[in-house]
Design a protein. Structure first.
Length: 101
């Protein structure tokens, strides 16, 4: 079972249930699923091949995580980047892992 399938399984138990909470704000499974679908559609519309390497450079936040979920939903490969790392390390990883998105 893929990681996005685990997320979708949670969503299937109740789209109105809270999936994420941070700093007094909450996101339901439905909101999170809709966001991941919108981003995944955009990635697919870009014509990216399956397993294209993609990264999200963002702090620890549910909306950044939605982008990671969308990468998996679109059939791409997620490569983690640490937003606290220096720019030179990001360039090294992006080049070294052939990250395209």
């Amino acid at each position: 079972m893929s990681l996005i399938s685990f997320f979708d399984r949670g969503a299937s138990l109740g789209l109105d249930r809270i999936a994420y909470a941070m700093d007094g704000r909450t996101w339901t499974f439905g909101q999170a699923r809709d966001a991941t679908c919108r981003v995944a559609r955009g990635l697919k519309a870009a014509g990216l091949a399956a397993e294209t390497k993609a990264a999200v450079l963002a702090g620890n936040h549910p909306e950044a995580w939605f982008c990671v979920l969308a990468i998996w939903r679109a059939g791409l490969t997620w490569v983690p980047l640490n937003p606290r790392s220096p720019e030179a390390e990001h360039r090294h990883l992006v080049d070294g892992f052939d990250i395209e998105v």
